[in-house]
Design a protein around this ligand. Sequence first.
Ligand SMILES: [Zn+2]
Length: 197
Amino acid sequence: MSHVSHLECSVCGRRHEAGRVQTLCECGGPLLVRYDLEKAKATWSRDSLAKAPPNMWRYAPLLPVKDSKHIVSLGEGLTPIMKTDRLAAHLGVSQLWVKDEGANPTGSFKDRGMSCALSMCLELGLSKIAVASAGNAGSSLAAYAAASGQADLVKNLIAHKAEVNAVDKSGVRNGPTAPFCIGRHFPGSARKDGRLP
Ligand SMILES: [Zn+2]
């Protein structure tokens, strides 16, 4: 069960309602998800965490999806942490650990965000998605849109040229996941998906 309480503008701090479609704040600032941490602390035990699934959704109480039937997961998260002695010595620190996000399903940390984004699209009843990407976000969105089983989401996937190439390499383009090319560079695509003015 999610303990989300509201959304908050990262620039001006204005409070916005959660559980409905939102984009940017009126000031242009991105919105952050806020949680009732006291309620989570009172109801979320170490024992339940130990029995949770071995992926990002083990932390569902502090993720925004309210109904678990909407979760779109390919097993993202719980990536390995590796001790890097040579790099630590090079940087002059006693220990250095690196989390290998390349172990995620499509090879990048974008899978965490896309798993959450596609889950929220299902929960909020959204049927169209546009994304600006230099590569790995497009690959990830294609994979999670396909996993969601929602043809409308997949058909409306929009990408630009570099992203199309990345999706081709990821091997998830077959079937209904073909992206559309709408621009040659990231800012142009970002304007079309509404993230930039
Ligand atoms: Zn704001």
